[in-house]
Design a protein around this ligand. Structure first.
Ligand SMILES: Cc1cc2nc3c(=O)[nH]c(=O)nc-3n(C[C@H](O)[C@H](O)[C@H](O)COP(=O)(O)O)c2cc1C
Length: 437
């Protein structure tokens, strides 16, 4: 493809999970360089590189770091490796394929904010990746790479809400995983009420690459508002699903057709969910949208977790909305009433529509429930439950109306979303978290 792979390093024949192999390609040289620099210079480099968070909101990492009170003797780095958004599987591959890159990023980040402890909170179901990462941590420790920093890998226990940063911190502290009211934000009051830098796996894994390439070279990749690469998890009705690392700003069309091989069986594309099941859907007329934070937002959706789900013309949008709503209902932690009750309303109303029992007023009620949920909860889970439903309803209103008018699903009782069941369903049934022997 000729695109730079900073993070996945697919082209290399080496097993990068082995410390010596990682070192053979220059691994941990960025850490050595970082230790020669003042912490403030490191924060400046991350800021100048305009490294934006790859886990959801796209907030600049350098700005978060600059909010940390450097004089506080106790500070923490926390890596959000809880990856549970339906459609997302990029962090899994980064940790499994290139764990030392993440560890190197953690150690450089710790140096930048002068922290002595790093916690990596990994999704409980990712047992294989946990074992790879844990071994890599032990190898790096044995090789004396940690200096005065310790790294702890902590396994979650199957709750989507624990990917939300404040619920993650609660869970790490041994409490029930529920979001905290904000402000204060984690850089001010985070883990154990201390200043905390919390970032997604890919954000942290990009840090060594900024030092390796230098800010100027790094900024040549991607677009000025979002330099660098992102790993896109491509799934749904597409010929070649998988993780693809591309420069930010790559057109959506190019990811789906050039990289992903297009839509199988000559089907037509109906919609594209660009950032995991929680973001508003885009339509085929938006295929030329560049895949970067600002462009996707201008198109009416969100970059989210860079999980691109392709939906073809066999899909019933009511069924798809219902599937997403059931997931968010199941995962709502119950702390905020609009989210706890609203997600149940969404599921009830969508079930009624799908089963052909709805009347016209139910569509208005569905819209009303959505607007009463939006922005009314402590964390964004309540909004995440709304975006798929409200955007499918807005963009495919005729299809919802058809269910009401015909008193049945025009797509038939059989699920016509077989091709896109996997990414969402895989997260619906949390398998029992395996305990390593
Ligand atoms: C319900 C919910 C679930 C989330 N799940 C994840 C997740 O699994 N992984 C992740 O990196 N961020 C997740 N986030 C976003 C985090 O709260 C936070 O924005 C992110 O860890 C910040 O890292 P970044 O700035 O590097 O993107 C979630 C947010 C919400 C509201």
């Amino acid at each position: 493809m000729g695109t730079p792979e900073l993070i996945l390093a697919h082209t290399d024949e080496r097993d990068l999970a082995q410390l010596d192999e990682y070192r053979a390609i220059g691994g941990y040289r960025s850490l050595a360089r970082a230790r020669e620099l003042e912490p403030a210079a490191l924060i400046q480099a991350i800021t100048d590189a305009t490294l934006r968070g790859r886990g959801g909101a796209g907030f600049p990492m350098g700005r978060k770091a600059s909010l940390i009170d450097q004089k506080n003797p106790r500070k923490y780095v926390v890596v959000n490796a809880d990856e549970s958004e339906p459609g997302a599987f990029k962090d899994r591959e980064i940790m499994g394929r290139n764990p030392h890159l993440l560890i190197e990023g953690c150690l450089i980040t710790a140096r930048a904010i002068e922290a002595h402890a790093v916690f990596i909170y990994i999704r409980g179901e990712y047992l294989t990746e946990y074992e790879i990462l844990d071994r890599a941590v032990e190898d790096a420790r044995a090789a004396d790479l940690f200096g005065d920093v310790d790294v702890v890998v902590h396994r979650g226990a199957g709750a989507y809400i624990c990917g939300e940063e404040s619920a993650l911190l609660e869970s790490l502290e041994g409490k029930r995983g529920q979001p905290r009211p904000r402000p204060p934000f984690p850089p001010v009051t985070g883990l154990y009420a201390k200043p905390t830098q919390i970032n997604n796996v890919q954000t942290i894994a990009t840090v060594p690459k900024i030092l390796e390439l230098g800010v100027e070279e790094f900024a040549k990749i991607g677009v000025p508002s979002s330099p660098g690469t992102a790993v896109f998890s491509l799934s749904g009705n597409v010929a070649r699903p998988g993780n693809y690392e591309l420069p930010l700003g790559t057109p959506l069309r190019s990811l789906i057709y050039d990289v992903g091989g297009g839509i199988p069986d000559g089907r037509a594309i109906k919609g594209i969910i660009p950032g995991g099941s929680s973001v508003p859907i885009l339509t085929p007329d938006q295929l030329d949208t560049p895949l970067d934070y600002d462009s996707i937002q201008a198109a009416g959706s969100f970059f989210g977790s860079a999980a691109v789900i392709v939906v073809d013309d066999r899909c019933c949008m009511v069924q798809l909305a219902l599937r997403a709503a059931k997931f968010y209902m199941h995962e709502s932690c119950g702390k905020c009433t609009p989210c706890r009750e609203g997600t149940r309303w969404l599921v009830q109303l969508l079930t009624r529509i799908e089963e052909g029992d709805a009347v016209d007023a139910d569509l208005e009620l569905l819209e009303s429930v959505c607007s009463r949920m939006l922005g009314r909860s402590l964390c964004a889970l309540g909004d995440f439950a709304v975006y798929p439903v409200s955007s499918y309803l807005r963009k495919f209103r005729g299809e919802f109306q058809q269910h009401v008018d015909e008193g049945a699903c025009p797509y038939g009782a059989e699920s016509s979303i077989a091709g896109i069941e996997a990414p969402i369903d895989a997260h619906m049934h949390h398998p029992t978290v395996e305990v390593p022997g």
